[in-house]
Design a protein around this ligand. Structure first.
Ligand code: DP6
Length: 354
């Protein structure tokens, strides 16, 4: 049997950074996060299975990934965790062919679309998964075992997605299965409901990131003196306000809070020991330019957000997209920007039409 799934990436405007101390292995997050599902940036994954004993042939972006290569580490760790919960996966051999339509590990989280496509495709291809095939909540939990941010790329309606943290970080007296199942993603608003939003991807650097998110967030949890204060602030104040701004289409407030959320993440990174710096001079120039545009407009008409790398993602509305894109292009060049919208979630491609 062979199936193909195309899964989009997502860009968080309330960030995920740090795993529950007791359930770290299962990527249960310390706080909830929220994202836009991104149209046009995706991973396409084909999985072919036959009876066997969990041998995996993995081809990523045209390159064979052997078990000892670093790219294989996350994939095998993912399958181990899936097998703990669904032992039948060991009775098959897999050929996995995965391709991103954008650069891997350039700060454009490809682990999000990568593990989303992988998890969804696994559920489509193995007959024993039939009972969870239409259950996005269960699939989002499965994808999370690969990579936290992949959780948010699972809901098929896409749009604005919330990844609920589930149990609180200080709750440890709970069985593993309940802890694992407490945290999942769901669509809050469909893409049409935020149809006027434009998302501008700004490539600042191609290079692979120096400190991967997985290692970086672990160090932040362990060493950042303000980490738990930040978690509490985002969970109880920032997230509710930002969702409220979205609901009311108060873009001015939404854009302002998006920048605060990104700045919060990077402040936590700076206050990690040793400090983690993801932004470079070009990133900072983009930050200044966005604030300048907003100052000139007399209100927030656009915002930036940064993940674990120097590349920027800008949000604005359709009305201001050309102006904002033009200003950013004058820094990085036209060829380094990609303008898109909020899109739908994963799709199964039985006909191999993509
Ligand atoms: C900064 O999902 O890559 O992009 O769960 O360890 O695989 P793991 O981490 P990952 O972390 C993403 C962090 C972020 C913020 C976000 O996407 O919410």
């Amino acid at each position: 049997v062979k199936k193909t799934v195309v899964a989009p990436t997502n860009i968080a405007f309330v960030k995920y950074w740090g795993k529950h101390p007791t359930f770290e292995r299962y990527h249960v997050p310390n706080k909830s996060s929220a994202s836009f599902t991104v149209e046009g940036l995706f991973t396409k994954t084909t999985i072919e299975v036959k009876e066997g004993n969990r041998e995996v042939e993995f081809i990523l972006n045209g390159k064979e990934i052997t078990p000892e290569m670093k790219e294989a580490k996350y994939v095998y760790a993912f399958l181990d965790k899936v097998e703990e919960r669904y032992p039948f996966i060991k009775n098959y051999d897999y050929k996995v062919v995965s391709e991103n339509n954008f650069p891997t590990a350039a700060g454009f989280a490809s682990s999000a679309s990568g593990f989303a496509a992988f998890a969804r495709c696994l559920v489509e291809v193995l007959p024993e998964f039939e009972e969870i095939r239409t259950n996005d909540r269960a699939i989002s939990i499965l994808a999370r075992l690969g990579s936290g941010s992949a959780t948010r790329s699972i809901p098929r309606d896409g749009g604005v997605v919330i990844w609920r943290r589930g149990i609180a970080p200080d709750e440890a007296n709970i069985d593993v299965e309940s802890a694992i199942n407490s945290s999942y993603a769901e669509t809050l608003y469909k893409p049409e409901e935020v149809g006027e939003i434009r998302i501008i991807y700004v490539k600042v650097e191609q290079k692979e990131k120096k400190v991967k998110s997985r290692a970086g967030m672990k160090t932040s949890v362990q060493t950042c003196p303000l980490y738990w204060e930040w978690i509490k602030h985002d969970e109880t104040k920032l997230l509710p306000s930002i969702l409220d701004a979205l609901k009311n289409k108060n873009w001015e407030l939404f854009f302002k809070l998006v920048m605060e959320a990104s700045n919060g993440l990077h402040a936590i990174c700076h206050y990690t020991y040793p400090p983690i710096f993801y932004l470079n001079d070009t990133s900072k120039e983009i930050i200044s330019t966005i604030h300048e545009i907003n100052n000139n407009a007399g209100k927030e008409i656009c915002s930036y957000t940064f993940d674990a790398g120097p590349n920027a993602v800008i949000f604005t509305t359709e009305e201001h997209a050309d102006e904002v894109a033009g200003s950013v292009a004058s820094i990085v060049g036209e060829e380094s920007i990609f303008i898109t919208k909020v899109g739908k979630g994963p799709k199964v491609d039985n006909e191999h039409l993509f």
